[in-house]
Design a protein around this ligand. Structure first.
Ligand SMILES: [Cu+2]
Length: 156
């Protein structure tokens, strides 16, 4: 009985591994680069994450998650009369082959209620949830490096 159970378990694990490997190949179509997070200043509890994302097939960024913050939202910035304001968006379209840039003053990932301050040089792990045209979801793990406002503004 014990042996039979072990055998079934082994087969089940083998089957799961094959499925995982196959789905990974079928969905590995999103490339992310230049991921960074703005380092926080003083008691600041929120910050933004930025990156460039390219999908080979039409897809959508539908959510982001991170252990660094209690809440993570997708945001855009837009003019409201004469003031730039942030607004939460439900998803961000990733047209096939087009690089979509999340950058200051535009789309960004908002990390809200940070568990601890983000210091320059820190690495923040962020999971991007990508939805394909057929509604299948895939998680992409991203490591974003923290940059301070002053050092990043030199480059912009
Ligand atoms: Cu925001």
């Amino acid at each position: 009985m014990k042996l039979t159970f072990k055998k079934i378990l082994a087969q089940t694990i083998a089957a799961i591994s094959i499925t995982t490997a196959m789905s990974f190949t079928a969905h590995a179509q999103v490339a992310v680069k230049d991921a960074w997070v703005r380092a926080t200043v003083g008691p600041q509890k929120v910050t933004g994450a930025f990156l460039q994302i390219t999908a080979t097939q039409d897809a959508k960024l539908v959510a982001a998650q991170s252990d660094a913050a209690k809440k993570v939202e997708l945001h855009t910035m837009e003019m409201d009369k004469d003031v730039m304001r942030m607004r939460e968006i439900a998803s961000l379209d990733l047209p096939a082959g087009k690089t979509v840039e999340l950058k200051p003053g535009s789309y960004h990932i908002m990390l809200i209620d940070l568990n601890k301050p983000v210091k320059e040089g820190d690495t923040v792990a962020i999971t991007l949830v990508i939805e394909n045209k057929d509604k299948k979801r895939e998680n992409i793990e991203v490591k974003a490096t923290a940059k301070s406002l002053t050092s990043s503004s030199h480059k912009m």
